[in-house]
Design a protein around this ligand. Sequence first.
Ligand code: PBG
Length: 320
Amino acid sequence: MRRDAFSRALMREHTLLPSDLVMVAFVIEGEAKREPVPSMPGVDRLSIDELLKLAGECVRLGIPALALFPSPGQGVKTEDAREAWNPDNLMHRATRALKARYPGLGLIGDVALDPYTTHGQDGLIDAHGYVMNEPTVEALVKMSLAQADAGMDVVAPSDMMDGRIGAIRDALEAAGHIHTRILAYSAKYASSFYGPFRDAVGSSANLGKGNKHTYQMDIANSDEALREVELDIAEGADMVMVKPGLPYLDVLRRVKDAFGMPTLVYQVSGEYAMLKAAVQNGWLDEQAVVLETLTAFKRAGADGILTYFAVDAARWLRGE
Ligand code: PBG
């Protein structure tokens, strides 16, 4: 069966398509600005006008959605992260601009406080630096409502607080945002693969030697991932996510098998950086190796894949 292309094609179990991909973008203030992220060669932080060009390319390529991460300046960061629900913040201006120009492109908004806190944590901290669950959930609810008001299609809490999916769902319903979908980062690990992302959104200096071990999952666990996913589904999540990707394919498979939910996976910044570094050294064939990783996510049960390679991969898949 492996001898000829025709028989290989007939027994192929999974086919990667541009419609499986979600592009990830970092947004900055300004005009006609593209700021390279040094630890992510090929990824730029984009001002809103540049972001619109990227969105147009996603639409052309058949990429269904764009996940937005703001990289606001240090000037707006506070202890209480109040910029996160400012109706006119960078994220909301980007959302309105994108929805006006490309209404059919799905927009996924990150819901976590880390771009907006002076300490770089995803939540609000007490005097000892411990991230407090309940006050953080209140803040995340305000943030989700503000994003929905701006036109965000999907709010995606990436903070790992307990009970936030239910609280956000109730608040969205009460405010009449009955169509806003919730993508829960349900099994998000306290991974060392997020370093380049923290550079990109400008939170690494704020976080300093801090870590997120008191709320993100222990890398050694996978039964716990199932418990987290189960809670988020019960609280009203429409989609669940496993993150990071490649080192957690076992978790992805278990989650998909256990719940059969729309299950997304995030090929995170460190995975991107690792592949790019090898490619830039001429050690790996970029197109082959990137498509292999993305196909592996589908094989392991992913319905959708957030990846910084989405635009490149969609071009390759279309033979461009
Ligand atoms: C934080 C957030 C992180 C990522 C997405 N949202 C980093 C973190 O938890 O510190 C990581 C994404 C990536 O590494 O590409 N809310």
